[in-house]
Design a protein around this ligand. Structure first.
Ligand code: CA
Length: 230
């Protein structure tokens, strides 16, 4: 199940850029060109995160944020124009989780989205927990538990951390070196075969459980936790 992002932006070029980029990164997105449509889509699309422009037709970003906060804690990242310095303070006071100043780099947007989703607990309902849920699978890094259909599968800590790392950014490809740095740490002396061995063991545990996700090898690059059919 891909995480869903609602893009609220009236500038067509920016909306389209974000849409294409985030879909490529494995998110499911919908775009709203005005504040009214934003509130409507927030309810029907039920996003995991909202990117919210401030200057919008029909209803501005502040009013949209207020309506969202009246009914949910879904993370919201405000998109503010350069020079509107007061926006940051106002936004955070009114319950926004972060803000990005336009013009921005798409890479920065992605980094903010990852950070906010990680901080707010991503898809999990419990908020703040390091827990990811997929079809028949729960990866819980707080309890260091891997659950398949609610039953615990014995998994060494590093395997679990590796799986959690991959699954926290579904469909994103990680190189072996990235995984070594990010999961094992910079000072680890192992080589990239370490990653391969751990992936192999994880695959043995996870084989045939669901057709909605899988640990994929991307030849010549690395690995990804693939969700849904591309
Ligand atoms: Ca605007």
């Amino acid at each position: 199940m891909a995480q869903k992002i609602l893009i609220v932006e009236d500038e067509v070029n920016i909306a389209e850029l974000l849409h294409l980029y985030l879909e490529k990164e494995g998110y499911e997105t919908q775009t709203a060109p005005d504040g009214g449509k934003a509130v409507e889509l927030f309810r029907s699309f039920a996003p995991d995160l909202v990117l919210l422009d401030i200057m919008l037709p029909v209803m501005d970003g502040w009013s949209v944020l207020k309506k969202i906060r009246a009914e949910s804690k879904t993370p919201v990242i405000m998109l503010t124009a350069k020079g509107e310095t007061g926006d940051k303070v106002t936004g955070l006071e009114q319950g926004a989780d972060d803000y990005i100043v336009k013009p921005f780099e798409t890479k920065e947007v992605l980094a903010r989205i990852h950070a906010v989703l990680r901080r707010t607990g991503g898809e999990s309902e419990s908020g703040g927990e390091k827990k990811l849920a997929f079809d028949r699978l729960v990866i819980n890094l707080d309890a260091y538990e891997l659950l398949v259909d609610g039953k615990r599968v014995d998994t060494p800590p590093k395997e679990l951390e590796l799986l959690y790392h991959l699954a926290s950014a579904p469909n994103r490809v990680f190189t072996r070196n990235q995984l070594l740095d990010e999961v094992w740490g910079f000072d680890y002396f192992g080589d990239s075969r370490t990653v391969d061995v751990h992936i192999k063991r994880l695959r043995e545990k996870l084989e045939g459980i669901s057709d909605q996700w899988s640990l994929k090898t991307v030849w010549g690059v690395g690995y990804k936790f693939e969700v849904g059919t591309p």
